[in-house]
Design a protein around this ligand. Structure first.
Ligand code: PGA
Length: 248
């Protein structure tokens, strides 16, 4: 049975004080046996958030990693450094990385390779734009993004896939639970074809305007194994509400 994963992507938000308040507000949140909770702060605040979550079940991850190993790559943080800092998770290929920072499918695949080599579990983000959905290409785009990763990486039960339709990120629009399930089901079938039984253990998260009010219905779908949450992960009450929906 797959454990739910509720992951908060804080993006470029927060500061020392607000981060501490956010973690403080989450401390009393019950986390069920079948739920894993992760927060991904900006890299500079990772160690402070690790200290603040030390006596909780909340895990800490990174939002990005380098496609390279150590060397003369100004500004980059390698996966080995993330592992050295005690991190077990990294988000890779978020649509903002792809669209705003030019990350190609190949770069995403290279980052997955580096993360896995360092022992850091990747949360691999895929998803179509509105135009791609409206022209009937949603599934093909997601499978192409998946294929690029599969071309150079051996699939593993430690992989987490985050299906995040680009048009639903930060827009308040969520895919209907039926549409999300349809894509998650298609992804699972595809992963089964490519990876066999390991696909049953891979978690596929939904991302895009997940809130306490829609989380339960999404989590009730057969192939939705949790959420990658942006905006609502910045408010303790909202993130706690999403965790509660996974606990149920
Ligand atoms: P959102 O972001 O929840 O604010 O839509 C999701 C994400 O970007 O992972």
């Amino acid at each position: 049975m797959r454990q739910y994963l509720v992951a908060g992507n804080w993006k470029s938000n927060g500061n020392t004080e607000s981060n501490a308040a956010l973690i403080g507000g989450l401390k009393s949140t019950a986390i069920g046996d079948n739920v894993e909770v992760l927060v991904c702060p900006p890299i500079l605040y990772i160690s402070a958030v690790q200290a603040e979550t030390a006596d909780t079940a909340i895990e800490v991850g990174a939002q990005n990693c380098s496609a390279t190993q150590e060397g003369a790559y100004t500004g980059e943080v390698t996966s080995a450094m993330l592992a050295d800092a005690g991190l077990k998770w990294v988000i890779i290929g978020h649509s903002e990385r792809r669209t705003l920072f030019g990350e190609t499918d190949e770069v995403v695949a290279a980052k997955v390779k580096e993360a896995v080599a360092a022992g850091v579990k990747p949360i691999i983000c895929i998803g179509e734009t509105l135009e791609e959905r409206e022209t009937g290409q949603a599934e093909a785009v997601c499978l192409r993004q998946m294929d690029a990763v599969l071309a150079t990486n051996a699939p593993s039960a430690d992989w987490v896939i985050a299906y995040e339709p680009v048009w639903a990120i930060g827009t308040g629009k969520t895919a209907s639970s039926a549409d999300a399930q349809e894509m998650h089901g298609a992804l699972r079938r595809y992963l089964r074809e490519k990876a066999g039984d390991v696909a049953e253990d891979m978690r596929i998260l939904y991302g895009g305007s997940v809130k306490p009010g829609n989380a339960a219905e999404l989590f009730g779908q057969e192939d939705i194994d949790g959420a990658l949450v942006g905006g609502a992960s910045l408010k303790a009450e909202d993130f706690a509400g999403i965790i509660a929906a996974a606990n149920a």
